[in-house]
Design a protein around this ligand. Structure first.
Ligand SMILES: [Zn+2]
Length: 203
């Protein structure tokens, strides 16, 4: 992905959603792609100093994170993303809200005010950076995002694909009327499953 593409993405989002407010507020706001950022999918980097804060800030996006995504659907910020590209935009929108909150209020976090911004602008219903980091993945007994698994549910055995691993796994199970869809329009229901209940299946 070219630097120019990232700049263009930022300026389009700023124009379409915020009427150019960010360009007017920050002397310099850049978007970068980093392979070394592996602890999160994205990060908003700003100075703690009130004088320097609006002079220079950066939205850093993890290339490591996003190149590991293969097949959706993924769940990010409470929404369904069908492709890695959609997932990338959802992460970017989240970081954009941090930039906006800084410009408006001088501080940012994941409190109610942030959640209202993210919901009002982009329809995000959760603030979780909902993709596991490498470190989290390594800790989960080799269960990875994209792994095919089976688990028991109400006396049945369901099979699906892991889309997130934290303390529990989120598994997408094919279902004709599910809320989540992949890039070819197949639908899925989402289940939260204890790791101990998961059985690995061949890909
Ligand atoms: Zn955040």
């Amino acid at each position: 992905m070219h630097e120019k593409t990232l700049e263009r993405m930022l300026s389009l989002y700023d124009d379409v959603f915020l009427g150019g407010f960010l360009a007017r507020s920050f002397c310099s706001l850049s978007v970068t792609l980093s392979a070394r950022l592996t602890s999160a999918a994205g990060k908003f980097i700003y100075s703690k100093s009130p004088i320097l804060r609006m002079r220079q800030a950066e939205i850093r996006m993890s290339s490591d994170f996003l190149t590991r995504l293969i097949n959706g659907p993924f769940e990010l910020n409470g929404l369904s993303a069908a492709t890695p590209q959609e997932a990338f935009l959802l992460v970017f929108e989240h970081e954009l809200c941090h930039a906006l909150e800084i410009a408006l209020y001088g501080q940012t976090g994941h409190a109610e005010r942030f959640r209202q911004l993210a919901f009002g602008l982009f329809g995000h219903t959760a603030t979780r950076h909902s993709l596991p980091t490498r470190r989290q993945e390594a800790a989960k007994d080799g269960f990875l995002v994209g792994s095919k698994v089976a688990f028991p549910y109400e006396g049945k055995r369901l099979t699906g694909t892991i889309s997130y691993i934290g303390k529990t796994a989120t598994v997408m199970v094919p279902s004709p009327f599910g809320d989540y869809r992949d890039r070819v329009g197949r639908r899925y229901d989402k289940y939260r499953v204890q790791l101990s209940e998961l059985k690995r299946l061949p890909r």
